[in-house]
Design a protein around this ligand. Structure first.
Ligand code: AMP
Length: 171
């Protein structure tokens, strides 16, 4: 049978609220072959000369850290407020209702470092855009934003204009 990554992604309707079709990647994480093949496929999409890979809380941590080990790069978590213990840069971004904030340790990225940002899903793009701004606050260079899944009907790429992006699956 031909291996298809999309067979390991489960659509969960109305989670976390009505009208959302949640792309659940846990079946992909739970299958040894799928986990390995997905990592290999993601590696084909990203540049090799990377100093730091950023994983966005929380589902960006899984493949973010796997990519970092294969790229011989460091891994940096970007988290919600109140989770990181040391001093942080912060960036607010708009949600459907209200705003949210993301944080990164001030010493996680050094000036001039090449940074790959990874998350599981690109939806409206607000989250990824905020993380790109965090990298730039620290003096890093965003080389690419990489996603496992892009929900193209939400036009997230519009918010990421001027940045290189790549996604393994597009819906
Ligand atoms: P956005 O800022 O709208 O691009 O949303 C991206 C963030 O929300 C990512 O961290 C995703 O993990 C999560 N997300 C948004 N929509 C979905 C979805 N349909 N399925 C799974 N995760 C989602």
């Amino acid at each position: 049978m031909v291996f298809k990554i999309e067979n390991y992604i489960r659509d969960v309707k109305d989670f976390p609220k009505e009208g959302i079709v949640f792309k659940d990647i846990t079946p992909l994480l739970a299958d040894a072959d799928a986990l390995q093949k997905t990592t290999e496929e993601l590696l084909k999409l990203v540049p090799s000369d990377i100093d730091k890979v950023i994983g966005i809380e929380a589902r960006g941590f899984f493949f973010g850290s796997l990519l970092a080990t294969h790229l011989n790069a460091g891994f940096v978590p970007v988290r919600k407020p109140g989770k990181l213990p040391y001093k942080t840069f912060e960036e607010s971004y708009a949600l459907e209702y209200g705003t949210d904030k993301l944080c990164m340790h001030i010493d996680a990225i050094k000036k001039g470092e090449s940074v790959l940002i990874h998350d599981d899903v690109l939806a409206t793009g607000g989250t990824a855009q905020a993380v790109a701004k965090l990298v730039e606050k620290a003096g890093g260079e965003v080389v690419m934003l990489n996603f496992l899944i892009e929900l193209s009907f939400l036009n997230g790429k519009d918010k990421l204009e001027g940045y290189q992006t790549s996604s393994l699956l597009t819906y």
